[in-house]
Design a protein around this ligand. Structure first.
Ligand SMILES: O=C([O-])CC(=O)C(=O)O
Ligand SMILES: [Mg+2]
Length: 211
């Protein structure tokens, strides 16, 4: 029985639990997707290696195929041209969970937000829409796609949370994660000083900054 398989079973966070904002700052790269790509439901965390999908706006046959093509643990990263249609819903979510996929990032619309939240499956989309789709274009998989203005390749590490979404190039991921570890440790120190009454201007050496 695979019933009840959800993302909650994922115990190993490939991004070491770091937030999208920490990873962006640590990277010093242009890896932030457009802020218009948001979680379909509050509190979702998306984390995993990308499996890229080129679809066509208003047509979701590519996503039905992608669920079967993507390796377990991967995040579907789909370019649907930003189209405002319900390209993804509850049924595809159940199919993706059965295949143990980690989530969906779609430059386009999705629907069934309440049902997908109840299933605990992270979906980050440009918009939502109840409009149904054609089923004509079978899609192209594993080629670079553009989502939220950023090029994402299969294997890039995608992380999404309440602040936004970043895509770490696979060759840079370890370096960024190490820098994120150091950044979090440094900020813990800073916040301890702030709680003692020190100012952020002093701690960031900003007292002489600006005009
Ligand atoms: O129309 C579709 O193929 C998508 C959909 O509604 C679902 O996944 O529930
Ligand atoms: Mg449906």
């Amino acid at each position: 029985m695979n019933d009840g398989v959800t993302n909650c079973e994922v115990t190993h966070d490939l991004a070491r639990g770091h937030s999208s904002a920490t990873l962006l700052e640590a990277s010093k790269l242009g890896i932030a997707l457009s802020p218009e790509l948001r979680s379909l439901w509050a509190g979702a965390r998306l984390c995993g290696p990308a499996f890229t999908v080129q679809g066509a706006g208003g047509d979701n046959l590519a996503l039905h195929h992608a669920v079967l093509q993507a390796p377990p643990g991967s995040v579907l990263v789909a370019d649907l041209g930003g189209a405002r249609f319900g390209h993804w819903g509850e049924v595809l979510t159940v199919a993706a969970q059965h295949r143990r996929l980690a989530g969906l990032l779609i430059d386009g619309g999705a629907r069934d937000a309440a049902e997908i939240e109840a299933l605990g499956f992270p979906v980050f989309s440009r918009n939502d829409s109840i409009l149904g789709t054609r089923k004509d274009f079978r899609g192209v998989f594993g080629r670079p796609v553009t989502v939220g203005g950023i090029t994402v390749r299969t294997g890039d590490l995608v992380v999404g949370d309440g602040d936004g979404v970043v895509a770490l190039p696979s060759a840079e991921a370890d370096r960024i994660l190490d820098r994120a570890d150091a950044r979090v440790a440094h900020e813990r120190e800073l916040m301890a000083r702030v709680r003692e009454g020190r100012s952020t201007l002093e701690l960031y050496d900003l007292e002489g900054a600006g005009r």
